[in-house]
Design a protein around this ligand. Structure first.
Ligand SMILES: C[S@@+](CC[C@H](N)C(=O)[O-])C[C@H]1O[C@@H](n2cnc3c(N)ncnc32)[C@H](O)[C@@H]1O
Length: 399
């Protein structure tokens, strides 16, 4: 039987009150430091956690986890479970409804509310919340049914896979591609800083949506050429976006439409040093589809010195006590497209099975890491396969 322990209440309340002066102190420092922020400050301010030192980020994360656990000391388990199961959903649904309805735009001239939901804020998360709301809520409701039937929740909800759905609803596809650019706003420039991109003079972004990542990369490295490779209908929109938003990069960018399962349509590397980038691509797909994508990329990289950089999450092996965004996305990928987030070992195995070697993982101060990989020369792959086969024969012989 569950009991509500008064001791917990007292300890929890003490801890909460102990944190209050700290919070007040932080508000005071903020107020003294900047005064009341003007409309212009709010519109232009783009906080850059990428500039914070690692120790500050680690302390922040640890403090955050600690504070997150405080309600567990105060609320009885029944309330906690209801909050997790219902309140969290109601809060999220309200915010997604505000995003879809454009309420923050309507309030722009009124009290300063929900500024990050405004369409015109440089760090607006509105398209991401619109995608997560309108397109993804229904599939989430089909999670239990999907598990029972062994079917993808997205397909149960909409009758087709996410890529076909987006193709048939161009207005939702536009929101989805804009939502992908939100990754640059929440991940800031950390992926651009934590890896040495100067060794490349060409970057080919495979499944690059509207090319926001490659644009930021090219701006940072003025000698770099770029290519956005996408589905034909997306690449057409990408061209219009570049004609409006990235005119400073005109002449250095190319566009190619195709299908990353078909090597014939993929851009080949130029003579210099090329990096193929796949950001948030393989987490959309299960292992067998991911291997097919990697293999078609391997076919065009063959014989060149090109490298592959995946920008993806790397899950920790133990996820006890960690119902974080990372694991939330792991489930979301399953719901939305049958994909998954992967641990380091899973990435290493996946790349290995497709003929790549994972050189190194570069963590960033955002959720994603950069995984640098290169194609293993065929002779070496065959030697490895031979070695594995001989070991297998040896083990079977002794079993
Ligand atoms: C999760 S989004 C990532 C977009 C982009 N890399 C980013 O991080 O902003 C996946 C992208 O893959 C593209 N895509 C899906 N299937 C594709 C295919 N068969 N060939 C090429 N691109 C594809 C989608 O259009 C979409 O833009």
């Amino acid at each position: 039987m569950e009991t509500f322990r008064p001791v917990r209440l007292v300890v929890g309340a003490c801890l909460a009150f102990a944190l209050l002066p700290l919070k007040l102190f932080m508000y005071l420092v903020q107020a003294l430091g900047s005064g009341s922020p003007s409309e212009e400050d709010l519109m232009q301010s783009a906080p850059e956690p990428g500039n914070l030192p690692w120790f500050a980020i680690n302390i922040g994360v640890a403090l955050g986890r600690f504070v997150e656990l405080l309600p567990n000391w105060i609320n009885p388990p029944t309330i906690q479970m209801l909050q997790l199961g219902a309140l969290a959903h109601w809060k999220a649904s309200t915010i997604k409804a505000l995003a879809e309805l454009g309420v923050a735009d309507l309030l722009a001239r009124g009290p300063r509310m929900s500024i990050l939901l405004r369409t015109d804020h440089p760090n607006s998360v509105r398209p991401m919340l619109m995608h997560l709301g309108n397109d993804s809520d229904l599939p989430w409701m089909k999670l239990a049914e999907g598990v029972k039937l062994g079917k993808l929740p997205f397909e149960l909800a909409w009758g087709k896979d996410v890529w076909q759905y987006l193709k048939e609803h161009p207005e939702r596809e536009h929101i989805f591609s804009q939502a992908m650019a939100v990754q640059d706003k929440v991940a800031y420039s950390t992926a651009l800083k934590e890896y040495d991109w100067t060794k490349y003079d060409e970057a080919i972004d495979i499944g690059g949506a509207y090319g926001s990542f490659v644009a930021a990369l090219m701006r940072r490295h003025p000698g770099m050429q770029g290519t956005v490779f996408e589905l034909p209908q997306v690449v057409n929109n990408a061209k219009s976006v570049w004609a409006e938003e990235h005119t400073d990069l005109a002449g250095r960018i190319s566009f190619a439409g195709g299908d990353f399962f078909d090597a014939q349509t993929l851009p080949r590397p130029a003579n210099g040093s090329t990096v193929y980038i796949m950001r948030s691509i393989l987490h959309d797909w299960d292992d067998s589809a991911s291997i097919r994508i990697l293999q078609s990329l391997g076919a065009v990289m063959k014989g060149s010195r090109a490298k592959l950089v995946l920008v993806e999450q790397v899950l920790k092996d133990d996820f006890v006590n960690d119902i974080s965004m990372r694991h939330g996305f792991d489930l979301h990928m399953l719901v939305a497209c049958g994909g998954k987030e992967r641990t380091e070992l899973e990435w290493r195995n996946l790349l290995g099975r497709a003929g790549f070697h994972l050189n190194k993982i570069y963590p960033t101060k955002a959720m994603q890491s950069m995984l640098e990989a290169e194609l293993v020369p065929q002779a070496r792959t065959r030697r490895c396969e031979g070695f594995v086969a001989s070991r297998f024969a040896y083990i079977s012989g002794h079993a």
